[in-house]
Design a protein around this ligand. Structure first.
Ligand code: HEC
Length: 122
């Protein structure tokens, strides 16, 4: 299975990635670029480089219809605790321990403002 933690470790040993990392560590954009693009794609279209190797495809996060059906608390939980915590695939790995709650909150805001450009609608 794909080992997300090893992939991040490899990425952090890349000097360019490491510089980008220290520049924008807690911002939602920086977190998205560092941790999410590999699967979800840089625009959130589900077409990241790792997506082809996954049996369950990454969610299309740019899909406003889908994201507006999900409360922020749900997105936070999926990111922190992983897909399996809400009955989704474990391909969506948990980020607890890698990202602080603040970073997860910021990346949820980034999804809303820049990726789906949508709000939760009950
Ligand atoms: C190893 C690949 C991978 C990485 C890295 C990854 N995801 Fe995912 N993600 C997935 C997959 C696969 C799904 C689809 C889960 C399903 O449909 O069962 C998913 C689903 C999601 C969902 C939708 C949850 C739902 O209710 O359907 C959100 C939101 C999400 N990811 C956000 C993120 C964010 C933010 C990051 C970066 C912090 C991230 N993902 C990193 C693979 C990944």
């Amino acid at each position: 299975m794909f080992d997300a933690r090893q992939a991040y470790a490899d990425q952090q040993s890349d000097p360019t990635a490491a510089a980008a990392w220290s520049a924008g560590n807690t911002s939602g954009a920086g977190t998205f670029m560092s941790y999410c693009v590999s699967c979800h794609g840089d625009l959130g279209n589900g077409d990241g480089v790792l997506s082809e190797s996954l049996d369950v495809q990454p969610r299309v996060l740019s899909d406003a219809g889908f994201l507006s059906s999900k409360p922020d608390e749900h997105l936070f939980t999926v990111i922190k605790k992983g897909g399996a915590s809400v009955g989704l695939t474990e391909n969506m790995t948990p980020f607890e321990g890698l990202l602080s709650d603040e970073e997860i909150t910021n990346v949820v805001a980034y999804l809303r403002e820049e990726i789906c450009r949508c709000e939760y609608k009950e």
